[in-house]
Design a protein around this ligand. Sequence first.
Ligand code: NAI
Length: 299
Amino acid sequence: MAELRFDGRVAIVTGAGQGLGRQHALELAARGAKVVVNDLGGALDGTGASSGPAADVVAEIKKNGGEAVASTDNVATTEGAEAIVRAALDAFGRVDIVVNNAGILRDKSFKNMSPEEFDQVIAVHLRGSFLVTHAAWPHLREQAYGRVVMTSSPAGLFGNFGQANYSAAKMGLVGLTKTLAAEGAKYGIRVNAIAPVAWTRMTEDLFPAEFKERLSVEHVTPLVAWLAHESNESTGETYTVGGGRVARVFVAEGPGFTKKDGLSVEDVRDNWQQINETEPYLLARNIGEQTAALFQALR
Ligand code: NAI
């Protein structure tokens, strides 16, 4: 089978100064993509800024014979997001791939989390992914081609103590992914999300040291590259990935309990077990398929 190449494609990778984003950028560039390496260069909590990390990754790509430009713009502001897309257009004349990866942490138990700490995390992960994709969208539509990869998290999909802000942002990205998949379908734009597990500065204090190599970022990037490739036609999906394992995660609806002639509180109580059944489930690709199933049950 032929190697998957990205020659002629232009990719934006946000938060690519280190960790997962750096690996995505290196891999896409090694396979022929021209890459905008975006990174604000701040601390894990989002404070501070430095042009070093993005510049270092660009230098590494160039040393390996690839093409890249650095951007130190902030994904969380409209001007920053527009500047990131402009960097791609100015340097390479187009944009084909957007990998929304930039992220910060402000972990606190819900009781102690301030509204500011909630907003700051939503701003980078959810609003930042919206803004950068929104700035690229007219160009993707115009050329009737695009690949967008969002970075969700198992913390959002399954919940995690101390991450109310982060998990809300990460599950928000799943909804954004599904709706952009629907809106991008007829323009050849495919939008998917990954929920990675990898050893980076974000997780090095959490995982057992024995997993450092097994959970290296190299085990996540192949999924991102596949979702960013023109031969991938899947859209609106979310995949967990880490340690060499890739799996689809899906939102499904159980068979439920239906009473057509007036549902009472007691009906809900008395049928709670049936309401919580998961099999057989409905895997609707969009709200149209989900409501069609409801209408069918009502007929
Ligand atoms: P990291 O901290 O190594 O990389 C994140 C990068 O984003 C940093 O270089 C940072 O400077 C940059 N960044 C932060 N705010 C930015 C902004 N406003 N504008 C531009 N760049 C900004 O962390 P890691 O682990 O590589 O995380 C990458 C993504 O993967 C994040 O979205 C994270 O939430 C997600 N993730 C990571 C997991 C893991 O196991 N490492 C687990 C689940 C999700």
